[in-house]
Structures are given as structure tokens and as C-alpha cells.
Design a protein around this ligand. Sequence first.
Ligand code: ZN
Length: 194
Amino acid sequence: MRDGKHIAIDRPCKMGLRNIIKKGESTLAKKSRVIKDFNERLHTLLDDMRETMLEAKGLGLAAPQVGVLRRAVLVVDTTEEEDRIIELINPEIIESEGLQEGPEGCLSVPDVWGIVKRPMNVKVRAQDRYGKEFEIEAEGLTARAFCHEIDHLNGTLFTDICERILTPEEVEELFFSEENDEENDQADTETEKV
Ligand SMILES: [Zn+2]
């Protein structure tokens, strides 16, 4: 997912960059398969996805976006002091609450932004790269990113479910207005703008 915000995470090298496939390719419309082997191959995939997401300045990335139909996603949690990347294998939303309506973009749908309704809070159950199960709660922008990435695993793009696509003028306002820069850190305030 994209939100236009600068992601401040060090990118050690560019060894594992993969090609991000774009809307129109059939892979993005397919359902991804459950991951059962938590092996070196999965770890390489996750490492490559991390590189690829940071290079593209994304806020999240799902394995099908790099052409791998497996249930693995990355989400950048921007709520802590330092951004951190959460790896989720076989993620499932087990609880959701509230509603947010705001702009959303996608690395697989360049230059298009749409208004998408998402829950304000979600609880997700997933496994880490070693197969250990965990649960994680998120709100606001991070909750939005979880929903967006998990949708990818089911072959759904934000353009399939958005209320409407933003006009070029609205996109410009979203990213270039001074006012927005101050508000960019707060997903709920950002949501109110639209
Ligand atoms: Zn996306």
C-alpha cells in the first residue's frame, strides 16, 4: 500500500529487488495459497519483498505483487517512534471495529488513488517467518494497510472496492498541500480531509 509518506527505514542493499507486477496482470486477481513450509525459500522471499517495498517507498507489500501466490505480506507500522516492518504469514483478520474512510494507493496501481472504507481497528492473527503464531492489533493507517495487503492475498485490489477514484486535483492536494504535511502522521485527521 502507499500513503505518500516517506518511510524512514535503512535499506542495506539492493540485492533482492523483485519486479512489482501491475494491475491488469492476472496474478493480482488470484487467491494466494497457504504457506506451510517456513524454510529458507520463504525467508528469501520475505527479505526480497522488504527490499522491494522500501525501494518503492511502499507502506506494505503482498507476495502476489511480486508474482508469488503465497499468503505472505509486509506492513510498515508507522505508529512507533521508529517505523518497523511487520511480516505476516497466513494472516487473518479476526476482529474489526469502527470505520475510516480515506485515500489509498497501491504499488501495483501506479498514480491512482481512491477513497476506501476500512475498519478503524483490526486484530490480525498470523505466523512469523518461523511459523510461530501471533496476534497483533492496529488502528488507523496501519489497520488500513493490514486490510489492503490481506485483500491482495484474496485477489482484491483497492480499485475493486473503492468508493471512488480521486481526481488529479485531489491527488495534488493530498500530497502537496502544506496543511497535509502537518497532518500526514495522523490517519484519522487525513481521513477527515476527504
Ligand atoms: Zn496494494
